[in-house]
Design a protein around this ligand. Structure first.
Ligand code: PXL
Length: 262
C-alpha cells in the first residue's frame, strides 16, 4: 500500500481552456505531489483570447459539493479562487468557518490587466466575511489597492498596504506586484514584512500565473512546509512555469506545468 498524498481542496471557477481557475489549481497540486479535489463555484466559457461567458453554479449545489467532499476526504488545506458574487462569497465563508482547515484565499477581484471581475457589493462581502478567515490572502497589486484603499507605486506603498490588509483579519498577506523591471512581492505576517524580489520576466505566456502561485503555496502548506518556505518555493515554481510556457492558443498562452517536478 502507498502512503496517501496530502489532500488539498480548491473552491473555484472552471476555465475550460485549462490555463487558470480550478484546472490550474488541480494541475499544480498534482505536479507537486498533492491530491487535488475541487468544489466548482462558476463556469466560464473562455480561452486564451478572453472570457466569452460566465454561468454561476447554484449556491445550494456548491454547498452540496462541499458537504460531499468535506465529509469524506481528510482536507489538509483549502484554497479559494473565483467566487463570482456576494451570495457565493457568503456561502463559501460559511463552509470555511465550519471547517478547522487552513485556508489560502486568492481574492479574484481584478485581473492582472486591471479589469474588474466582481462588483463592489461582492468586494464588501469579501472584506467582511472572507478575509478574517484567511490564513493567507494573495491579492495582486490592483486587488490590494482596492482592499486596502492605498495606491501602490513603490516598495513603501507595498509594505503599508500589506500591513493594512493584515489588520483586516487574515493571518498573513502576500501582495504580488510589478515595480519597474522587477517582480516584487510583499509577504507580511505577525513576524514582520518582507519584500521578495526577482527580475520581471518579459513574457506574455502568463495566463493562470496567479492561480498557479497560490495553488503552489497551498500545495506546500499541505505538505507541511512553513509559510515562508512555501511562498519562496511557489515564486520560483511560477517563474519556471513562465519560462517553460508552451505556445498554445491564439491569445495569452497558459504557463507551463507539464515539465516541472517538485
Ligand atoms: O486568474 C484568475 C482566474 C481565476 N479563476 C478563473 C479564471 C481566472 C482568470 O482567467 O478564469 C476561472
Amino acid at each position: 500500500m502507498h502512503d496517501a498524498a496530502p489532500v488539498a481542496l480548491t473552491i473555484a471557477g472552471s476555465d475550460p481552456s485549462g490555463g487558470a481557475g480550478l484546472q490550474a489549481d488541480l494541475k499544480t497540486f498534482h505536479t507537486l505531489g498533492v491530491y487535488g479535489s475541487s468544489v466548482v463555484t462558476l463556469l466560464t466559457a473562455q480561452n486564451t483570447q478572453g472570457v466569452q461567458g460566465i454561468q454561476m453554479v447554484p449556491v445550494d449545489f456548491v454547498r452540496a459539493q462541499w458537504t460531499s467532499v468535506s465529509s469524506d476526504l481528510p482536507l489538509a488545506v483549502i484554497k479559494t479562487g473565483a467566487l463570482g458574487d456576494s451570495e457565493m462569497i457568503r456561502v463559501v465563508a460559511d463552509c470555511l468557518d465550519a471547517s478547522a482547515c487552513p485556508t489560502v484565499i486568492d481574492p479574484v477581484m481584478i485581473s492582472k490587466h486591471g479589469h474588474a471581475i466582481i462588483d463592489d457589493n461582492a468586494v464588501d462581502t469579501l472584506i467582511s466575511c472572507l478575509l478574517p478567515l484567511a490564513d493567507l490572502v494573495t491579492p495582486n497589486a490592483f486587488e490590494a489597492e482596492r482592499l486596502a484603499g492605498q495606491s501602490i507605486r513603490n516598495e513603501d506603498d507595498l509594505a503599508i498596504s500589506a500591513v493594512r490588509l493584515l489588520e483586516m483579519g487574515p493571518r498573513a498577506v502576500l501582495i504580488k506586484a510589478h515595480l519597474d523591471e522587477e517582480s516584487v512581492d510583499c509577504l507580511a505576517d505577525d513576524t514582520g514584512v518582507q519584500l521578495l524580489r526577482s527580475p520581471r520576466l518579459k513574457s506574455n505566456r502568463t495566463h493562470g500565473s496567479g492561480c498557479v502561485l497560490s495553488a503552489a503555496i497551498t500545495a506546500g502548506l499541505a505538505k507541511g512546509d512553513r509559510l515562508n518556505d512555501a511562498v519562496k518555493f511557489a515564486r520560483s515554481f511560477v517563474q519556471n512555469a513562465i519560462h517553460t510556457a508552451p505556445e498554445l492558443g491564439k491569445g495569452i498562452s497558459p504557463v507551463g506545468l507539464v515539465n516541472q517536478s517538485p
